[in-house]
Design a protein around this ligand. Structure first.
Ligand code: IVH
Length: 669
């Protein structure tokens, strides 16, 4: 029994050591962080239950990996600490209770809440206001001297500003690579045929561990400071947030999302807010950190091994997890594109259970080297569709199977074709293929297209499956009785759908063109086509060359438009729709300069009641106006709907004319 345990602990340690090395030293992790956390927690709990098994070299007994040999070592004057983690609300409340118990108080604790940046901890030492040394955390006691690299980061001051800073000031913070910079860096590397980085954290680590500072200087690194180390003289402030405010005055960057709150419930509200904002932040975070704000209380609380008792990291659900790729199906989209979809052993990732993930296309499958039977990394970030990121080669079974593109469409059996130079493979069945038909009708009914209220995706699928409709035109022959008889449909919803269908018959040429679902023709292109030609018959008759005269239409889009109108089934549907009573205004295009709002720039803000912002935009553009996203001196009108915010303020500041929704309606009519 004991022997077995010992073996288990040794194996765990070896695994963690190996992963540490790949992650910290080589910057080439082979498993997601969540898997690493799990190994670490398993070891921690085994060691907690059997303290006699703890050894000095256990990864739980130190913070990071050894420094690289080629850098000078730096002894930290005060150790660089790690943080305990809370993965649930219970664990967080247990932390808060421990704090209350140790401080012997029942009052709400003041906590400073900070995003937990996913980068690298650094310590930077200023003497008499000059940057003299910078070091990585290393194992917490000894780090690597990276002064030459830190000096290359623009936002790190080489000299502090002001005068009231202490003689010795060591500040600690996180160096990271903003998402935008990371994307650009990888894109460049790809173009040059160089190795890309797995994530922004690895890119930041790789950039800091350069022996040549000229390389580091080319990398888009950033920093936020979140604490102090060795400081001479008087304490800087009585509270943590006071310290941060103080060092900020000396030119050291503090994260603007930091907030001091009262009580653990308010911390949880902060967590929820930041989780919501996560995708919009330009840097990666993996949780938030709460720190007891009062420094005297921090001192009372002290430390356990290498982590403070006064702070905790509240981790977000992992965005990457490991799971088994059980099979691959091919889904057929509106334009016939076959998308490989991974069927996975269900796994909890990014806060939900995921059992399907996209593999994008065959090229991506080859690039990521994924086989059926592989253990794969699945990623689900925010509202983005979950995707398979890569496979774990170490875990590949002998009988793993290659993923092959079907020769026939899995839905209609038509040939699958792949055009030269295109990543996508397509079903050649066109509207004969029920899958393409469904998607085409969904597109036709969508908000930006015909905006048929109440006609959702699910309903369209049922209608096609039950052979009630073959094309978008058939929607208009649906009867009250047919709709009512569908499952989960009442008399009232059926009526509403018929009313929406009736209402949408009055439309605009640009909406109609968009609704047709021509490849690569989005809203903007549809509008340009409508404005350029004015009559649908002219668009239908235009040659590929002529179509390219329309703004934003290049040779490929022109080809798509041209061939769309050369296919008989498309022409039949257009005729059928007209017969059903769809109408729109047609008129010879006016020269741009003649349009009533030519040369005027509008900005739309807030919620409009009578029409969507997209509609307002399209109508304004049809009258020759430009619609911009931001207010400047060049703006002629700001249309302010309900709950308009900063753009309205800006308009008032600049003296730009503000229109209410009524005012806009008047102008449009
Ligand atoms: S404070 C006294 N604050 O998380 C505790 N750490 O897991 C020292 N980190 O090594 C750390 N954002 O690399 C602190 N706002 C933040 C942080 C943060 C990211 C990292 C840091 C640290 C690790 C601990």
């Amino acid at each position: 029994m004991k022997d077995n345990l010992e073996k288990q602990v040794t194996i765990l340690r070896q695994q963690i050591h190996a992963h540490n090395h790949r992650y910290y030293v080589l910057d080439e992790p082979t498993i997601p962080d969540s898997e690493y956390d799990r190994l670490m927690r398993e070891l921690q709990s085994l060691e907690a239950a059997h303290p006699e098994l703890v050894t000095q070299d256990s990864p739980t007994q130190r913070v990071g990996a050894e420094p690289l040999k080629s850098f000078n070592q730096v002894q930290h004057s005060l150790p660089m600490l790690s943080l305990g983690n809370a993965f649930s609300s219970q664990e967080l409340h247990a932390f808060d209770k421990r704090v209350h118990d140790r401080l012997d108080t029942s009052l709400d604790i003041s906590y400073t809440c900070e995003p937990k940046l996913d980068g690298l901890a650094v310590s930077i030492r200023y003497e008499k206001g000059y940057l003299v040394q910078a070091a990585t955390r290393g194992d917490g006691q000894t780090g690597e001297d990276i002064t030459h690299n830190i000096r290359t980061i623009d936002m790190v001051p080489l000299q502090l500003i002001g005068r009231d800073f202490p003689d010795v000031l060591e500040v600690r913070g996180e160096v990271f690579m903003p998402k935008a910079g990371f994307t650009a860096l990888n894109k460049k590397a790809e173009q040059l045929g160089e190795k890309t980085f797995a994530n922004p954290r690895n890119a930041a680590a790789g950039s800091l561990r350069q022996l040549d500072p000229r390389v580091t200087a080319q990398r888009p690194l950033a920093i936020y400071f979140y604490g102090i180390g060795d400081v001479s003289g008087e304490p800087l402030a009585p509270s943590h947030h006071g310290v941060l405010q103080k060092i900020q005055t000396w030119g050291l960057r503090i994260n603007p999302e930091i907030k001091t709150v009262k009580g653990i419930k308010a911390c949880e509200a902060y967590y929820a807010d930041i989780l919501q904002a996560r995708e919009k932040l330009d840097y990666e975070i993996d949780g938030v950190v709460y720190k007891v704000d009062d420094l005297a209380s921090q001192e009372t609380l002290g430390f356990v091994s290498r982590a403070p008792r006064f702070a905790i990291a509240h981790k977000f659900p992992a965005q990457e997890e490991l799971t088994l790729l059980e099979s691959v199906d091919f889904q057929v989209g509106r334009t016939g594109t076959l998308t490989p979809v991974a069927r996975l052993q269900p796994v909890f990732v990014g806060g939900v259970t995921v059992s399907n993930a996209t593999l994008h296309n065959m090229d991506e499958i080859i690039r990521k080297d994924v086989l059926i039977g592989d253990t794969v990394i699945v990623r689900r970030a925010g509202d983005v569709i979950p995707e398979v990121v890569s496979s774990i080669l170490d875990k590949r079974p002998k009988d793993a199977k290659k993923i092959t593109l079907p020769k026939a469409c899995p839905v209609c059996g038509s040939d699958v074709l792949r055009a030269k130079g295109e990543a996508a493979a397509r079903c050649s069945g066109g509207l004969y293929c029920p899958a393409q038909r469904k998607e085409a009708i969904k597109h036709f009914a969508a908000r930006k297209a015909m905006d048929i209220d109440g006609l959702g995706d699910k309903l369209i699928e049922i209608l096609v499956d039950e052979n009630k409709i073959q094309s978008a035109a058939d929607l208009f022959s649906l009867t009250q009785e047919q709709l009512e008889n569908l499952e989960r449909m009442g008399e009232k919803s059926a009526k509403n759908i018929l009313a929406s269908l009736e209402k949408c018959k009055q439309t605009t040429l640009s909406r109609f063109i968009y609704a047709l679902g021509i490849r690569e023709v989005g809203e903007a292109t549809a509008l340009n086509l409508a404005q350029h030609y004015g009559f649908i018959k002219d668009i239908m008759a235009a040659s590929v060359d002529e179509l390219q005269q329309v703004s934003d239409v290049g040779p490929i889009v022109a080809q798509h438009i041209h061939s769309f109108f050369r296919q008989s089934h498309n022409l039949e549907i257009i005729e059928a729709l007209k017969k059903q009573g769809l109408t729109w205004h047609e008129a010879a295009p006016r020269a741009q300069g003649d349009l009533p709002l030519a040369g005027k720039t509008f900005v739309l803000t807030g919620t409009l009641q009578g029409l969507s912002r997209q509609e307002a935009k399209a109508q304004l553009q049809a009258l020759g106006a430009k619609v911009s996203g931001s207010v400047s001196k060049k703006t002629d009108y700001v249309v302010a709907g309900e709950a308009a915010g900063s753009k309205l303020e800006k308009a008032q500041e600049l003296g730009v004319e503000v229109l209410t929704e009524d005012g806009l309606q008047k102008l449009l009519s």
